[in-house]
Design a protein around this ligand. Structure first.
Ligand code: CA
Length: 234
């Protein structure tokens, strides 16, 4: 029998915590609830969870402080933020500190489980490929060959400019994860490059046109309004 994967749930609202822990337990995860920040950190160090669900609004300490502490650790345990609606700047800040993803309250069981599966799959993939630089990505009918600088869609090559290709490469490496505008701008245009979201939007529009994306029903790239972009990997 394989061992259950442990998830630490740092959330002070009892009803939400119960809801999450019940859902996790029912789906064969081991859930550990913490209702305070300090308690959460101490349970983190004593139980070594594989994933942390973190509410940013906690009674005894700022969730961002916990996030900073967890992200500074070499263990690189992924953190999924539980966020209130309309807190775009907070989400962006959390992602830039190193949170893996966020989920907005109120959320359903299937959304929560899907987010968790995506994160754990990414973590497993990274562990598997550690040391080996992966250079070909397969996303739906796309093949992105980093070394040969070729992207094909259902076998047909699509021409991308240098920067469009860099954006696609970045999205593939982080498939399933939301990337903030600043993260993409810095990785594609460099730390002294463009800081304007407009240039990114133009490039993204070109990428989508070339991929024949229907903006109302995206197949590959999802816009997270006010935050960034996410490559859909399943
Ligand atoms: Ca709270």
């Amino acid at each position: 029998m394989s061992e259950k994967r442990t998830i630490l749930v740092i959330e002070d609202e009892k009803s939400i915590s119960n809801f999450i822990c019940r859902a996790l337990t029912a789906h064969d995860y081991k859930a550990i609830p913490a209702f305070r920040g300090k308690e959460g950190l101490s349970l983190f160090y004593s139980h070594s969870p594989e994933l942390v669900l973190l509410d940013l609004g906690l009674p005894d300490m700022d969730g961002m402080t916990i996030l900073e502490e967890l992200c500074a650790l070499p263990t690189e345990v992924p953190v999924l933020i539980i966020s209130a609606r309309d807190r775009e700047t907070e989400k962006v800040k959390a992602l830039d500190i190193g949170a893996e993803d966020y989920i907005v309250k109120p959320f359903g069981v299937s959304e929560l489980l899907a987010r968790i599966r995506t994160i754990l799959r990414r973590v497993d993939r990274i562990k598997l490929s550690q040391g080996t630089q992966k250079d070909v990505y397969h996303i739906k009918d796309l093949t992105v060959d980093i070394a040969r600088h070729i992207i094909t869609q259902a076998g047909t090559e699509i021409h991308f400019t240098q920067n469009e290709f860099k954006i696609m490469e970045l999205l593939c490496i982080h498939a399933g994860k939301v990337l903030t505008y600043d993260f993409i701008l810095e990785h594609v245009w460099g730390p002294y490059g463009s800081t304007s979201n407009q240039i990114l939007r133009v490039n993204m529009a070109n990428i989508r046109r070339k991929l024949k994306e229907n903006p109302s029903e995206p197949k590959y790239i999802l816009t997270e309004l006010g935050i960034g972009y996410r490559l859909l990997d399943d």
